[in-house]
Design a protein around this ligand. Structure first.
Ligand code: TTP
Length: 705
């Protein structure tokens, strides 16, 4: 544990049975009675998504449906998630979560909103002050057991005898048996008691908390004593605690990494990982991951609490299971409009409240393929207009590009859509946005007439091009969306994705398709930025590997796909001239995605300026790739080589479809490499032959996610 690590004091605060508490606040007469919140679908009483502790005491669990809960506990109140536009409306829960965040912020601590009902706080500065103040006085009198009424210390007394545990801990402190870190954790616990009391006083909500030296430990500690309790995990007790703690419950080890540790190394607890030498972990994973794991198993996690009280993205999605699956352009268009209407409304509210504008719209589509379901995500640059029809049309155009059969009106499409998600992100500060980048994105028509109607150039490919540059983000989005369904505690609400619970059976007639709406007239004149004609000729990289590489290395070239004669969104630069400094005051901080939205001549200018800057102070860091002669930073070259390797492998994949599923089938019936977060699985043959090569590629993908 580094000195720095010792000094951090971090907490995770998690609301207890949050949705039920929100409902109880609306219905105070029901407080103290067993209750659940069920998803709006009515089949068997709806899927339970939150259970209060009174109902849990009577055997009700989240895995049950409303009817089963009633069988177990006849008095159980079932609150139903409100609906709007035919889908769950989480506004009241989101707003409740925001109230809690506001209270936390008033304590001068660094707050990172982690989901709709939980937040990490870094209290180091405040605690340091408490600690130094206490040193100035008589420490023995500083910590009173009454200041820790709901606190437990891991390793001190059993959970049913709180006072003894706390007293034992305080006694050890006063006898000098504890170190500075123990003192600071104790002050952290006092502060969290105050924060939780304030949250209750101001919002009426109860919460639990974990206090430790980092996020991973705080999260673990939080789950130990609930509801309305807090737990300190002193660093000195971590190893003992880990000796029985299942690794799959640890943050970041619930997924593939945890699975590899369980299956290949037979690890079931965190302590089991401690037995594996660092070198072995590095060899199996990669050097960075191996070292990280080595320390993680010892309770060290350096991930910082980043000050973020607003969601990173705003979105919603809807599942269309069984008979409700969307099988026509008209149904898809209808639901895209519904989803975009909600996102647009929330974005407007967000802009008003938070003075920021989203720059990227991400569409997620899941389809029932011929062989198995598959999904893809695409991102579309957003202008400052959050016009719902325009957003929906842009999404539909993207879907038409992916699946041409969707372009046909009144025709049953062969591969049905089972989930649609729309999410906006890449927020920029509005003031900054207006003064710099946004002034560029004036549509031709607006520039001429001042009206909102835009003219479009040809070449839908250009929208695709931008999509690919942003694929990393869209991958992340998909992961978040998908995880919301399966591992909600890890991801829920991070992006404020308004999500349906997916506990419904596959064929749920209650969730039948809506009345098929009248065909929506699709305005093809979409006003979204795209690359101009000049851009189209400059690069020829395409596909999954190319786009992933572009994100990491400087995207001097755009991935270009063939373009069609379809009308496309177009953006033209206004006549106003901008200096590079005005657009990007700090050349060290150029956002390559934003850059990619600019006209090509400006992109070149900015990149040349960056190069020139590098030349002045970083010449020795540049190397030339012997394959493509591109100039790269020294630290980029290895990954860049991986890109070439990956491209070669991609070619192999495309001529040699693998039984392992690295390829999927698109709606045209062609074999394609999947672009979603479900990364191409490894071609087993190649892996057997070239273990070393495949490991490099693995680490390449690992680094991207
Ligand atoms: P959780 O914090 O996982 O659960 P909880 O707050 O209901 O209960 P606990 O006291 O055990 O923390 O989830 C927070 C809210 O997120 C929950 O109240 C409802 C919602 N949610 C879903 O919508 N779907 C889900 O599958 C889960 C797990 C939660």
């Amino acid at each position: 544990m580094s000195e720095e690590e010792k000094k951090r004091v971090v907490a995770l605060i998690d609301m207890d049975c949050f949705y039920v508490q929100v409902e109880e606040r609306e219905n105070p007469g029901n407080k103290g009675k067993p209750a659940c919140v069920v998803q709006y679908k009515k089949w068997k009483g709806g899927g339970i998504i939150s259970v209060n502790y009174e109902a849990r005491a009577q055997g009700v669990t989240r895995q049950m449906r409303g009817d089963e809960a009633r069988e177990k506990c006849p008095d159980c109140i079932l609150y139903r998630v409100p609906e709007q536009r035919g889908k769950a409306d989480l506004t009241r829960y989101r707003d409740g979560g925001k109230e809690v965040i506001d209270v936390m912020c008033s304590f001068g601590v660094c707050v990172e909103r982690a989901s709709i009902d939980e937040a990490y706080i870094d209290m180091t500065l405040v605690v340091d002050k408490m600690f130094s103040d206490s040193r100035a006085t008589d420490v023995d009198t500083e910590v009173n057991v009454e200041e820790l009424p709901n606190t437990h210390f891991v390793g001190w007394g059993n959970e049913t005898n709180d006072v003894k545990g706390v007293c034992g801990w305080l006694q050890a402190l006063s006898q000098g048996d504890c170190n500075e870190n123990d003192w600071k954790l104790t002050f952290g616990a006092i502060l969290v008691e105050r924060i939780r009391a304030a949250v209750y006083e101001k919002t009426g909500f109860r919460c639990s908390a974990g206090i430790a030296n980092n996020k991973m430990l705080a999260k673990l500690a939080c789950g130990i004593n609930k509801p309305n309790k807090q737990t300190v995990l002193p660093f000195r007790n971590v190893q003992e605690f880990f000796s029985t703690f299942p690794l799959k419950k640890v943050r970041n080890l619930g997924g593939k990494l945890g699975l590899a540790l369980r299956e290949e190394f037979n690890c079931t607890t965190m302590a089991d990982i401690v037995q594996i030498p660092e070198r072995v972990l590095q060899d199996r994973f990669d050097s960075k991951t191996g070292t990280w794991l080595y320390w993680y198993a010892r309770g060290v996690d350096n991930e910082s609490v980043s000050s973020r009280t607003l969601p990173k993205s705003i979105g919603c999605n809807k599942n269309f299971t069984g008979l409700a699956a969307l099988d026509s352009r008209e149904k898809i268009s209808h639901w895209l409009e519904e989803l975009c209407a909600e996102v647009s409304e929330r974005l407007e509210k967000d802009r008003e409240t938070n003075n920021r504008t989203a720059k990227l719209l991400t569409l997620t589509v899941r389809l029932e393929g011929d062989i198995r379901p598959y999904s893809y995500t695409r991102s579309i640059p957003l202008t400052s207009s959050y016009e719902k029809v325009r957003m929906a049309n842009a999404c539909l155009a993207v879907m038409g590009k992916e699946n041409p059969c969707i372009k046909q009106a009144n025709t049953r499409i062969p591969v049905v859509v089972t989930c649609l998600g729309v999410s906006a992100g890449k927020f920029v500060d509005q003031l900054e946005n207006h003064s710099r980048i946004d002034r560029f994105f004036v549509t031709k028509q607006s520039a001429l007439t001042g009206k909102g109607k835009e003219s479009c150039a040809t070449g839908q490919g250009s929208m695709h091009e931008i999509n690919e540059i942003n694929e990393n983000d869209t991958d992340q989005e998909v992961e978040e969306n998908e995880l919301v369904e399966t591992e909600l505690e890890e991801t829920k609400g991070i992006s404020e994705i308004e999500e349906e619970n997916t506990t419904e059976p596959e064929r749920n007639t209650a969730n039948s398709a809506p009345e098929c709406p009248e065909p929506v007239s699709v305005n093809r004149e979409i006003s979204l930025p795209s690359l101009n004609q000049e851009n189209r000729g400059i690069a020829n990289k395409s596909g999954f590997f190319a786009s992933r590489s572009l994100k990491k290395s400087t995207p001097i070239q755009m991935p270009i796909k063939e373009f069609t004669s379809e009308p496309v969104p177009e953006i033209v630069a206004s006549q106003e001239s901008f200096s590079i400094e005005e657009l990007f005051p700090d050349l060290n901080e150029v956002d390559m995605e934003t850059l990619a939205l600019l006209p090509l001549h400006l992109q070149r200018q900015v990149l040349q300026a960056i190069e020139a800057r590098k030349g002045s102070d970083e010449t020795d860091k540049l190397v030339v790739c012997d394959k493509c002669k591109k100039q790269l930073l020294r630290e980029e070259i290895e990954e860049h080589k991986d890109f070439h390797l990956a491209s070669e492998l991609q070619k192999e994949f495309s001529v040699q479809p693998s039984a392992s599923g690295s390829l999927s089938v698109n709606m045209k019936g062609q074999a394609v490499a999947k672009k979603s977060s479900k990364r191409p699985l490894k071609n087993q043959k190649n892996i057997a032959k070239e273990t070393k090569r495949s490991r490099t590629i693995d680490s390449f993908f690992g680094n991207q996610s």
